[in-house]
Design a protein around this ligand. Structure first.
Ligand SMILES: C[S@@+](CC[C@H](N)C(=O)[O-])C[C@H]1O[C@@H](n2cnc3c(N)ncnc32)[C@H](O)[C@@H]1O
Length: 258
C-alpha cells in the first residue's frame, strides 16, 4: 500500500479544523491576526510562480492543495483552465464561497487525482509537501507525473530544512526535508528537477514587523518582491530554521525541443 489511510484522515481533520481561522489566516499563519504576513507570503508566491510559469492564457493549471483558494484570485483569468483541488471540505468551502471567476474547485481523496492523464500544462503545489509522509508524497508525485503533459511542469513551494531536528515533525508536526532530499523524492517518482532556488527566509525580523503592523498593506507587494530577490540572490538553501524553496520539475524522459 502506498500510504496509510490514518494519515489522510488525520490531514483531513487537521485542515478542516484549521479552516476556522478564516480565508487568509488558515492557509499559512493562523496567529497572523491582521493577515498582513499571510498577504506578504502570498504576494511573494505569486511573484515567484508567475516568473516561472509565464501564464499566457492558454495553459491548463491545477493547484494541488489549494486551501481556501487565495492563489486562484491571481490565477483566474490568466489561464485557459484553472482547477483547485484539496482534501479538506472546510478549506474548499471558503474557496467556493469567494466566487472567483474562471476557476473550478474540486474535493478529492488526497491521493488519486480525479483527472485524465496528461490533462495539465502546469501543476502547482505550494505549502503541501512538508505535510505529507514520504509514502503519501511519493504517491502524489506519481499522480502529478501522470496528470502532466509530457512537456508540463510541476512547480512546488516547500519549507526546507537541513537541520535534522526540524525534519522529524518536532516543529508544528511539519516534515521539513532538505531540498536535496526532495530532489531525490521527485526523481524517484518520475520527475526531473529542472530548477530550484530559495525564495523566502522562514524566520526574519521583516516578517515579525509585518505581522505586528509596522508596515501598511500598500507596502506589502514591494516588500515581498524585495525578499524574493534577495533570498534568491543569496542562494542559501540552509538556515537554522527553514528556508522556503521553489522547485520546478518536468516529467522525466521529456527533453525540451524534442
Ligand atoms: C499550508 S496550506 C496551503 C494552501 C494553499 N496552497 C496556499 O498556498 O495558500 C496546505 C493545504 O494542503 C491541503 N492538503 C493536505 N494534504 C493534502 C493532500 N494529500 N492532497 C491535497 N491537499 C492536501 C490542506 O488541506 C491545505 O489546504
Amino acid at each position: 500500500m502506498a500510504h496509510d489511510d490514518g494519515e489522510l484522515s488525520a490531514l483531513r481533520r487537521e485542515w478542516n479544523a484549521t479552516a476556522q481561522y478564516g480565508r487568509i489566516r488558515a492557509n499559512w499563519d493562523p496567529l497572523d491576526k491582521r493577515g498582513l504576513k499571510n498577504l506578504f507570503i502570498e504576494m511573494l508566491h505569486r511573484e515567484a510562480i508567475g516568473a516561472v510559469a509565464r501564464f499566457d492564457g492558454n495553459q491548463a493549471v491545477l493547484d494541488l492543495g489549494c486551501g481556501t483558494g487565495v492563489f486562484e484570485e491571481y490565477l483566474g483569468g490568466k489561464v485557459r483552465l484553472a482547477v483547485g483541488v484539496d482534501l479538506s471540505m472546510a478549506m474548499l468551502q471558503q474557496a467556493v464561497q469567494a466566487r472567483i471567476p474562471g476557476v473550478s474547485f474540486c474535493l478529492y481523496d488526497g491521493t488519486t487525482l480525479p483527472f485524465a492523464s496528461q490533462a495539465f500544462d502546469i501543476i502547482i503545489a505550494k505549502g503541501l509537501t512538508y505535510h505529507l509522509s514520504d509514502a503519501l508524497l511519493a504517491a502524489l508525485l506519481r499522480e502529478c507525473q501522470r496528470a502532466l503533459k509530457p512537456e508540463g511542469r510541476l512547480i512546488t513551494i516547500d519549507n526546507c530544512s537541513s537541520n535534522p531536528r526540524h525534519q522529524d515533525g518536532s516543529i508544528h508536526k511539519l516534515l521539513y526535508r532538505s531540498s536535496d532530499a526532495l530532489v531525490k523524492l521527485f526523481t524517484a517518482n518520475g520527475l526531473r528537477v529542472a530548477d530550484r532556488y530559495p525564495i523566502r527566509r522562514g524566520r526574519s525580523m521583516l516578517q515579525y514587523l509585518i505581522r505586528y503592523g509596522f508596515y501598511g498593506e500598500k507596502r506589502i507587494p514591494e516588500l515581498a518582491r524585495r525578499e524574493l530577490e534577495t533570498t534568491k540572490a543569496r542562494g542559501r538553501f540552509h538556515s537554522s530554521y527553514y528556508v522556503q524553496c521553489l522547485h520546478v520539475c518536468c516529467p522525466s524522459g521529456y527533453v525540451a525541443g524534442s
